[in-house]
Design a protein. Structure first.
Length: 389
């Protein structure tokens, strides 16, 4: 696990003297702490120890584990998470999004409760709310784990008694078929026929992203953030290193490989400033407007905005997914999402070159992870059964 990123340098609170009582004190977070007689060496030592503990605790004053509330614990834990789980470019990771969703009902239902009194029954009550809201079993188990992780962090920082986390750890996760929580639909590859049916209904930017996912096996987020400066075009096969990726916190490199077909797709999008993203919804919208006859007259006043929709400078996983799902509706087919393209690419690579090759292209460290993405070729299984069985 990585250490918490360093905080901005702050001015160290000074060691001060209260003249009427000749007491040494320091003021931390608006709270004055008296340390003892000003001219005693023990008081100076106590000052330096207090400052060191304050800095190590994220510039937070130590509290009595008997008095800290759940909402105070959440606030301190969130300050930790904002640096610990941030991406290298400073953007918010999906882990932060999950933590926010997990802790929101805990704060709403038990914010004023003493953290030491938050037990398994309280967490079970929160979990029932997630079940009633229709969340999937795997999502609920993940949220429960995030809540437990916060209390474990609180124990490690001596904010709550260890017995509180030990009690929460006894709450087991929901088991398959033994709860009212719904199960996630298994992600399967999308058929090439369904991909072809939506092409007339999406922009050339989205078409390029779809084809690149099929040819490289990349995650949709990795394709969406590509810029010309991420590419090395010196070899016969081009490579690209995304600015950020899922496993960067593990210090694992992620390289995408672009053969001749992928190069032909990406080449027109490289003709832009090196630090600009390749695939822009603003460009797609401008091109759509330019193709519409009589879309806007010269000097026509802009229309009043009717929604809060805002076009960013590049696609993200959500806008890319929505573009595909709208096209599925227009094409009259069952909706599918971009992650299924990664499964399709993995299945094809595995069928032609084996499981290890699929793991290499997908960027997996272990082949057992690739098993989830690369579907078994049923035609091959039927052939073997016909010959052997």
């Amino acid at each position: 696990m990585r250490e918490t990123a360093s905080r901005p340098r702050q001015k160290t609170p000074a060691y001060r003297r209260h003249k009427p009582s000749n007491q040494g004190f320091v003021e931390l977070n608006g709270r004055r702490l008296y340390l003892g007689r000003y001219d005693f060496p023990e008081t100076v030592e106590r000052y330096h120890r207090t400052i060191a503990e304050w800095l190590a605790n994220g510039c937070q004053v130590n509290v009595d584990p008997e008095t800290i509330t759940v909402v105070e614990l959440i606030a301190r834990y969130w300050d930790h998470c904002k640096t610990y789980y941030a991406r290298s470019d400073g953007s918010e990771s999906s882990t932060l999004h999950n933590i926010r969703n997990a802790l929101a009902p805990v704060r709403r239902l038990y914010g004023a409760t003493m953290a030491k009194d938050f037990g398994p029954n309280a967490l079970r009550t929160v979990r029932v709310g997630w079940v009633d809201a229709g969340l999937s079993r795997s999502t609920i188990n993940g949220y429960v784990s995030e809540c437990k992780r916060m209390f474990k962090w609180g124990v490690s920082h001596e904010l709550i008694p260890a017995a509180t986390y030990q009690a929460l750890a006894t709450l087991e996760g929901l088991r398959f078929g033994r709860s009212a929580a719904k199960e996630n639909r298994i992600i399967t590859p999308v058929s090439i026929e369904d991909v072809e049916k939506i092409r007339p209904f999406v922009s050339r930017q989205v078409v390029a992203m779809i084809d690149l996912q099929l040819l490289t096996g990349a995650r949709s987020g990795e394709i969406a953030i590509l810029r010309p400066c991420d590419f090395d075009t010196s070899g016969e096969v081009w490579t690209a290193t995304p600015g950020t990726h899922k496993n960067e916190w593990r210090q694992k490199p992620r390289v995408l490989y672009f053969g001749p077909k992928a190069q032909a797709i990406v080449r027109p999008f490289l003709l832009r400033p090196a630090d600009r993203h390749l695939f822009s919804p603003r460009e797609a919208e401008a091109e759509r407007h330019s193709l519409a006859p009589g879309h806007r007259r010269p000097h026509q006043k802009p229309n009043v905005r009717r929604t809060a929709r805002f076009l960013h400078d590049h696609y993200d996983i959500n806008s890319y997914r929505r573009a595909i799902q709208r096209a599925c509706v227009e094409g009259g087919i069952a909706p599918w999402h971009p992650h299924q393209l990664r499964h399709t690419a993995a299945t094809e690579v595995r069928k032609r070159y084996g499981l290890e090759a699929a793991a290499l292209i997908l960027g997996h460290a272990r082949c057992d992870v690739t098993q989830v993405y690369a579907e078994i070729d049923q035609a091959r299984a039927l052939q073997i059964a016909a010959e052997v069985g």
